[in-house]
Design a protein around this ligand. Structure first.
Ligand code: HSE
Length: 433
């Protein structure tokens, strides 16, 4: 039978994994599709791939793949947004179907890409863009399609989770663990994308669109990373019975949608608390199914290739299916997307963890608690620790507080002469279904 011809652009960690998985499981993959998948053309600037590409047509120019008339599917694995956008749009206009692992591309340019793909009658699949090997997009868009989705909360950046786990379990420094995550191929080429929450925000943008049928709105995601978290915070959270996890949260409140990524205190007994290292996990709460949780490797060569190859297989099967009968790009029909309001962070209320360092003087604590009380913030627990370098660390947990009230109180507390400016606030989520 005529093979499905695949062109791969990019031979880094994920590109090499994709070649390896396609070759290793070629027989089984062919049985699943009904015809063989052939890697017909590879485009890459690298000449030292971690895979065997003997006998495959090779170009240094990735656009040679997008313009190759022989190719049915272009697999975009070069990363970044500018060249990747141009490459994908070129391939679409040439009538190629697209598989990509590029979360930044989909989150920031997906609306344009899907519009062009629809005009050209081609498919775009991007399972590997979110949570590596976990088939979370397919689960949301197909397996859970009967549900009204209430909320999604997940650990969707493996590098960040790896760093937080090593800080907690190994007492290791942030910088040392980040370096290791880069060597292991988990971190992005620019690791600020991981540690400042941008990578997680890209992924949450995609999750939210498929969960709620809304356009991709990356610019509306509230974003905080883990770069300011200290070992002191990790240990203090543990004393209160929590772990610090970097979560992406998309919630339908009934009066708008929350889209936020930030470090979060999660109760130790919650399932997400047990997700360690580079592993990812996503909880989805649907009105019919209730709470569900999906767990697996969120980064790395073979796990990400698992999702890329699954998309190639699905596309290989669908090549002969009428365009209108395929699953829509974002799970909802393009003309049925909702314009529901995206809430700002000021609209949320939650409990908070606060860590501050104050001078060891009478009345300092009274000043702080008075300010909190002025802003209707009630304290659930407070621990004053031993003096360190002339300052006293204070950590506390508050009851539920409006974000606006907390911001106003923190501004006044930071202005006190007796308080160090470096104040940490971490939101608490109990993840009750
Ligand atoms: N840098 C990403 C992560 C890779 O650490 O999760 C997978 O998207």
């Amino acid at each position: 039978m005529k093979p499905v011809k695949v062109g791969i652009a990019g031979l880094g960690t994920v590109g090499s994994g994709t070649v390896n998985v396609l070759k290793r499981n070629a027989r089984e993959i062919g049985r699943r599709v009904g015809r063989p998948i052939e890697i017909a053309h590879i485009g890459s600037r690298r000449d030292n791939p971690l895979c065997d590409i003997t006998g495959v047509r090779f170009s240094e120019d990735v656009f040679a793949v997008a313009n190759d008339p022989d190719i049915d599917i272009l697999v975009e694995l070069i990363g970044g947004t500018d060249t990747a956008r141009e490459l994908v749009l070129t391939a679409i206009r040439n009538g190629k179907h697209i598989v990509t692992a590029n979360k930044a591309l989909i989150a920031e340019h997906g609306n344009e890409i899907f519009h062009t793909a629809q005009e050209c009658g081609v498919d775009v699949a991007f399972e590997a863009a979110v949570a590596g090997g976990i088939p979370i997009l397919k689960s949301l868009g197909e397996g859970l399609a009967a549900n009204h989705i209430n909320w999604v909360a997940g650990i969707i950046n493996g590098t960040g989770n790896y760093i937080l786990t090593e800080m907690e379990q190994g007492g290791r420094s942030f910088a040392e663990v980040l370096d290791e995550a880069q060597q292991l191929g988990y971190a992005e080429a620019d690791p600020t994308l991981d540690v400042e929450g941008i990578d997680a925000a890209h992924k949450l943008t995609i999750i939210a669109s498929i969960a709620f049928g809304i356009p991709l709105q990356f610019s509306k995601v509230y974003m905080e990373g883990i770069s300011r978290i200290t070992i002191e915070d990790v240990n203090s959270a543990a004393q209160f019975g929590y772990r610090i996890k970097h979560l992406g949260i998309a919630k339908d409140t009934g009066s708008g949608i929350q889209l936020r990524v930030h470090p979060t205190l999660v109760p130790k007994e919650a399932m997400l608390s047990a997700v360690n290292g580079v592993m990812n996990a996503v909880m989805i709460d649907g009105d019919a199914v209730g709470p569900t949780m999906f767990y697996g490797a969120g980064a790395g060569s073979d796990p990400t290739a698992s999702s890329v190859v699954a998309d190639i297989i699905e596309m290989g099967r669908a090549l002969t299916v009428d365009y209108d009968e395929r699953v829509p790009y974002l799970g909802f029909q393009a003309d049925q997307m909702s314009d529901e309001t995206i809430l700002t962070i000021d609209d949320i209320s939650c409990s908070c963890y606060l860590r501050l360092h104050v001078q060891d003087k009478a009345g300092v604590l009274a000043d702080i608690t008075r300010i909190l009380s002025d802003h209707h913030i009630s304290i659930e627990a407070l621990v004053q620790k031993e003096v360190e370098q002339g300052l006293v660390p204070i950590v506390m947990l508050t009851h539920n507080v409006r974000e606006g009230d907390m911001n106003a109180a923190l501004k006044r507390i930071a202005a006190l002469d007796t308080v160090d400016q470096d104040i940490m606030r971490i939101r608490v989520e109990t993840l009750d279904a």
